[in-house]
Ligand binder design. Structure first.
Ligand SMILES: [Fe+2]
Ligand SMILES: [Fe+2]
Length: 150
């Protein structure tokens, strides 16, 4: 995979996660509804989303571990440290959210909604930060023609 393609893949993955966060947010809005049928539907829909929620952690792990990931490859030590720290917090928040999912019932969804909204905000902030880095690295790296062919 050449470098241009590696950057494209990284952007596409982030765009897909951001799209998924909208779906997740819609489900949280159902869970926040005053209508118990809507909350019930929200709980069932949320269960179906769990594999995708887990897969966000896999995305972050891959960013750190895959030697082809342009994000960690070109990042300076301070940015790598910040990303790892944010990943760690996101893994924990992701796990805590899924744990809370197990205890939520139609009559008690408020904590789950709150945790979910905090997690969504943290994920959006994290992706925004990573996209800023990626765009900068892309400009720097693809300016040098011999690197593009690698
Ligand atoms: Fe990412
Ligand atoms: Fe990440």
């Amino acid at each position: 995979m050449n470098l241009r393609h590696q950057f494209e893949c990284a952007h596409v993955e982030h765009a897909e996660i951001l799209e998924f966060l909208k779906v997740w947010e819609d489900v949280l809005n159902l869970l926040a509804s005053d209508d118990s049928d809507a909350r019930h539907r929200g709980l069932r829909l949320l269960q179906n989303l769990e594999p995708k929620i887990v897969s966000i952690c896999e995305h972050c792990r891959q960013e750190e571990d895959d030697p082809e990931s342009p994000l960690f490859r070109f990042a300076e030590s301070a940015d790598r440290g910040r990303m790892k720290d944010e990943h760690f917090r996101l893994f924990r928040a992701n796990y805590d959210f899924r744990t809370e999912m197990q205890f939520a019932t139609v009559s008690s969804t408020a904590d789950l909604v709150q945790q979910g909204q905090r997690l969504l905000a943290a994920l959006r902030g994290h992706i925004l930060y990573e996209e800023g880095l990626l765009k900068r690295f892309e400009q720097e790296q693809l300016r040098t023609p011999e690197l593009v062919a690698q």
